[in-house]
Design a binder for this molecule. Structure first.
Ligand code: NAD
Length: 477
């Protein structure tokens, strides 16, 4: 199957006529082809988007909202097809795509389609001198670039607020997992999205993504991906004074105190370590445990990790396949590094070959102990099913370990001491803190990281603010 770009309301082949192989990570076999587009396709998309902008940005919000709600309902009507496609492209269990990824993509459209109906402008009165009001106007044609780990979920998390606030969009999904973005373009046509409002250009980062970030008439880029790519984008875009939202990597700590609800903590820590094969930017990969319960934690956690089932994503499994051969090898290299740095692999560490799917990219969930907090294994993002466990003695020591990396995306704290919960949350250098839970998201709340985990915030009205420019109008009486 050959995918197509979605430009000016129609599905079109890339100008080059070239395609890239798209591999099913559960079998290791090529199952489809994705357009290898370049700057010429981006330019066509730009022209279509620019032509659509005057009408889309001036359309009544209720009408824009209705089109986006239609996209959401078509996504849910096609839940099964989308979930299977997401799983085949990414390797994640079908049940996970069906219960999380696709419903969340629909929610993203619903959330922003309805948010714009309840937004209002600010006024600043200067007694009997003047009145200021602040308009929030769309930026024009904006660029959205997303990664492979939560393909449609993150793609729509950017596109929805951009469209809702009246922009036209050029979007590029990851070339590793393009399939659901392609299916989304079919649904947009069915939903009656006007031509040119959303354009989806497939292909490689250094070709399509690069053409978007250096395009002189695209004033804003919303990017989610690796920190190295984010740095490159910032370097390119800064001299052009583009607005940038960068959601980057993480190396998130879990701080587990002896006074926590042990059973709840174990259950959630299994998820926060290995959900989506550990390929979620919010997964907790450094598990810090108070010394007095360290041995109890270690024995129980390892026992539970050993029970996790790894296998073909269509089955009754906890973990499916790693997204690609290259990424699997990267994760394996970090397991080797962990050993070289003096760590002990308590469980996992090996490739898995499920019967009938021996060519797929499967890894065991892996737990390593005995590493210093400042070694590379504990400082660099692995982004796979690998966690380290480490004891700590005091709250201060736990915080020092937690805050020691260059990243600052999320942290999870397990304690039943209310004072400690608030104090530790305030001291953590992260954009998100979960207390006694993980991955619980209210779409109204700000989402993003500090330090090298990113710049800017997504979520709720933050994203609508990013995709609009405030303009103050001052009227003298
Ligand atoms: P990546 O940076 O390799 O790619 C992300 C996207 O950027 C892809 O679409 C890619 O094609 C594109 N790209 C690559 N080079 C580019 C360039 N020169 N110009 C423009 N675009 C370019 O990241 P990935 O491997 O797809 O995703 C994994 C990373 O994403 C991890 O580091 C993970 O932590 C991060 N991530 C962060 C969040 C968050 O919200 N902070 C969420 C999910 C994933």
């Amino acid at each position: 199957m050959k995918m197509l770009n979605y430009i000016n309301g129609t599905l079109v082949a890339p100008i080059s006529g070239d395609y890239l192989d798209n591999t099913d990570p559960s079998t290791g076999e090529i199952f489809s082809y994705v357009p290898d587009s370049d700057e010429r396709d981006v330019q066509l998309a730009y022209e279509a988007a620019n032509a659509a902008f005057p009408t889309w940005s001036k359309m009544a919000k209720s009408k824009r909202s209705a089109i986006m709600m239609k996209v959401a309902s078509l996504l849910l009507e096609n839940l099964d097809r989308f979930a299977k496609a997401e799983s085949q492209d990414n390797g994640k269990p079908v049940w996970l795509a069906e219960s999380v990824d696709i419903p969340r993509a629909a929610s993203n459209f619903e959330f922003y389609a309805t948010a714009i109906l309840h937004d209002s402008a600010e006024t600043h009165e200067m007694e009997d001198v003047a009145l200021n009001y602040t308009m929030r106007q769309p930026l024009g044609v904006v660029g959205c670039i997303s990664p492979w780990n939560l393909p449609l979920y993150l793609f729509s998390w950017k596109i929805a607020p951009a469209l809702a606030s009246g922009n036209c969009v050029i979007a590029k999904p990851s070339e590793v997992t393009p399939l659901t973005a392609y299916l989304l373009s079919e649904i947009c046509i069915e939903a009656g999205m006007p031509a040119g409002v959303l354009n989806i250009v497939h292909g490689l980062g250094p070709k399509v993504g690069e053409a978007m970030i250096v395009h002189p008439d695209i004033p804003a880029i919303s990017f989610t991906g690796g920190t190295a790519t984010g740095k490159h984008i910032a370097r390119q875009a800064a001299p052009m004074f583009k607005k940038l939202s960068l959601e980057l990597g993480g190396k998130n700590p879990n701080l587990i105190f002896a006074d926590c609800d042990f059973e709840k903590m174990i259950k959630t820590t299994l998820r926060s370590s290995f959900a989506n094969q550990g390929e979620i930017c919010l997964c907790g990969s450094r598990i810090l445990v108070e010394e007095s319960i360290y041995t109890q934690f270690k024995e129980r956690f390892v026992e539970e990790v050993r029970k996790l089932k790894v296998g073909h994503p269509s089955g009754d499994v906890n973990m499916g396949a790693i997204v690609s051969k290259g990424h699997m090898e990267k994760v394996q290299s970090y397991i080797e590094l962990g050993k070289e740095e003096g760590g002990t692999v308590l469980c996992g560490g090996n490739r898995v070959y499920p019967e009938g799917y021996e060519g797929g990219f499967y890894l065991e969930p892996t737990v390593i102990e005995g590493l210093d907090y400042d070694c590379r294994t504990n400082q660099e993002e692995i982004f796979g099913p690998v966690v380290t466990i480490m004891p700590f003695k005091t709250d201060e020591e736990a915080l020092m370990y937690a805050n020691s990396t260059k990243f600052g995306l999320a942290a999870t704290v397990w304690t039943s001491n209310l004072n400690r919960a608030h104090k530790v949350a305030a001291e953590l250098h992260t954009g998100i803190v979960w207390i006694n839970t993980w991955l619980l998201r209210d779409l109204r709340t700000p989402f993003g990281g500090v330090k090298q985990s990113g710049v800017g915030r997504e979520g709720g009205f933050e994203a609508l603010r990013f995709f609009t420019e405030p303009k103050n109008v001052c009227i003298k009486f």
